[in-house]
Structures are given as C-alpha cells and as structure tokens.
Design a protein around this ligand. Structure first.
Ligand SMILES: [Fe+2]
Ligand SMILES: [Fe+2]
Length: 345
C-alpha cells in the first residue's frame, strides 16, 4: 500500500485531496504543518509527500529541502496557487518532483502521484539490481533488470509527455544502429542504447503544462525545458552503472561548434556517444509530431543533418546516418527490446 503524506492546515484542501487519494486506493496521512510532517516521516514509511507551498510554520519549500536532504528517495509534489506559481516553478527546477495548481483536478493529481510512484520504484529497483551485482556484469538477470527498468522509465516519461510517446525507444533503436554502423565496441553500444532511454529523464521534473504547450514557450519556460539536461543528470547520479551514462545524458544537447547547452563545449570535448545520441535525437524529434508543429518527412531531417555536417553534428556520425537511411533503407521504429548485452570480459 502506498503511503502519502499531505501537509497543510487548510481543512478543505486536506479533505478534497485526501478523499480523492483514498478513493483511489492510497493510504493518506495528514500533517498540519511542516514540523508535524517531519515527525511523520521519521515514524511512518511515507512514499510520497504532497505539501502546500504556503504550508504554515515552515513553508512547503523548506520542507522540500529537508526531505531532499534526509529522504532523497521520497518525491515531493507541491501545491501552488496563481500567486505562488513562480516559486513552484523554481522549486521544480531545484528538487520538487512536480507541482499542481489550485484548484487541483482529480486526473492531474492522480497522474502526478502515479508518476512519482513509478519513478521512485524504478530508481530504487535499478540501484538495487546494480548493487547486488557487485559491479560485475556477469549475470543475465541483471541485464534484464536494467533493461526492463529503463523501459519502465521510458514509459513514465511517456505518461508525463504523452505527445512525445515512443521518443526514447525510437532514439535508442536509431542510436544503436548508428553505433553498430560505426563499428563501436559492445560497451559503447550498450552505453548509447541505455543512455537513450534516460536522455530526457529530466523532463519528469518539468511541469506537464510546459511540455504540452501548443504555442511558443516564453524565455523562462524555454530555460526550464533546457534545464532537463542538468536535472536529468541529478536524478540518475546515484545509480551505479558500468557506463558513463550520466555524462552522455549531460552532453546530448551540446553541438560541435559550441552552440549547444548546457556547457557550450565543442568538438571532441563532446563524447562520441553523446554526438551519436544528439543526431538520433534530432532525427527522431523532427520526424515526429509536436503540439506546436507538424511532423517532418525523413528527407527534411536528413537535410538538416547534411546541412550541418561538421558544424553542429559529427561528420562520421552523419555519414553513418546517410548509409543507414540511403543504403540500408532504415526505418525509424520502436525498440522491440531486442538489444542483448553481452558479458564483458
Ligand atoms: Fe533532450
Ligand atoms: Fe530527446
């Protein structure tokens, strides 16, 4: 049973949210203020915290930083009103899992809680699976645990951003095909494949309203979207994996000429794995529908790659892409979970 701690002293708030969660099978606990909340966190196995950003005594933001410090595995969802929305957005940029705006609708609440729960369980499972391997990758069961966990994370991202459904799986499939075409080592292929599933994980922390916004983003909203890179790295930094996946995730929006983000690094300073992921990411995104534009034909995506070969995108990666699409008639498709890792010697 999932235990959810609600923190606020506003009776109606507690009743409305509590009833909705209870009717949907969640155990709820109540704390009138943040010090009561800390007592509950010490005593009870809380899975998720939902706190009003203006909760009395200590604000929801202070509670957020205490929870993140002492219970980093517990996701915190903040409830804001129109006046405190800027603070909530800033908090999501920092450490909050999500925020919801009053009046909180049932479907938005349940969606956010579901995502928080799946996220928490997926991250815990991956860490446990890798811990139990004593860092040796010699167990087929471990491969399958990592593989299915990453697929689960991909599904969670789809819940958060349904309009980009399948993005991670298709990028994984294409990036792996590019890596194979370039004859990269098995370890590099595995790294690219799994990094693809996680590359946009930071979007879990970007409010759904921004990800699904059908019109142009404001500069502030765009800055939040760009921040998915750093936030994604922070989310996975404690997972011990035998590949430098965090670095690949961190660099997947960097560009050869230094025009990318977050660091603006150039050329070979960008890992080859990240240069491959970047190209697969662009091709998949351009050939998929987005709320603010139609999908482009693959020829348009390939022209973007060829126009910027050597300027934004790695030349050898671009050549592998042309060969795949023109010589091998490659079709972008969902990853069928067909990639099998081998045992490293
Ligand atoms: Fe991204
Ligand atoms: Fe992406």
């Amino acid at each position: 049973m999932t235990n959810i701690l609600l923190v606020n002293n506003e009776r109606k708030w507690i009743e409305d949210i509590g009833r909705c969660l209870f009717e949907n099978g969640y155990n709820t606990f109540y704390a009138k203020n943040t010090s009561e909340a800390l007592d509950d966190l010490d005593r009870t196995g809380i899975d998720i915290v939902i706190a009003d950003i203006m909760a009395p005594k200590m604000t929801g933001l202070t509670l957020l930083s205490v929870v993140n410090q002492n219970y980093p595995e517990i996701p915190v969802i903040l409830i804001a009103d129109a006046a405190s929305m800027d603070e909530a957005q800033a908090a999501v940029k920092e450490d909050a899992f999500d925020y919801l705006v009053k009046p909180v609708g049932e479907s938005a609440l349940l969606k956010s809680v579901n995502m928080a729960l799946w996220h928490q369980r997926a991250m815990t499972r991956t860490s446990e699976a890798v811990d139990s391997s004593e860092s040796s990758l010699q167990d087929e069961a471990l491969f399958s645990a990592i593989s299915s966990t990453f697929h689960t994370i991909g599904r969670i991202l789809e819940l958060k951003d349904p309009l980009s459904a399948g993005h991670e799986r298709k990028v994984a499939s294409l990036a792996l095909s590019i890596a194979k075409k370039m004859n990269l080592s098995q370890r590099q292929q595995d790294c690219i494949y799994f990094a693809s599933f996680l590359h946009d994980i930071g979007k879990l922390l970007i409010p759904s309203e921004i990800l699904s916004k059908p019109s142009k983003l404001t500069p502030c909203e765009y800055a939040m979207v760009k921040d998915h890179v750093s936030r994604g790295c922070a989310l996975i930094e404690h997972i011990k994996l035998p590949w430098p996946i965090q670095d690949v995730v961190y660099q997947h929006h960097e560009r050869l000429d230094g025009s990318g983000y977050p660091e603006g690094i150039m050329g070979d300073s960008i890992m080859l794995e990240a240069r491959i992921l970047a190209v697969a990411d662009v091709i998949e995104a351009m050939t998929s529908y987005r709320p603010y534009r139609p999908r482009f034909d693959i020829r348009v995506a390939l022209k973007e790659i060829s126009d910027n070969r050597g300027r934004l995108y790695d030349e050898s990666v671009c050549d592998a892409v042309y060969s795949l699409f023109r010589d091998d008639n490659y079709q972008i498709e969902d990853d069928p979970l067909g990639h099998r890792m081998v045992i490293y010697k």
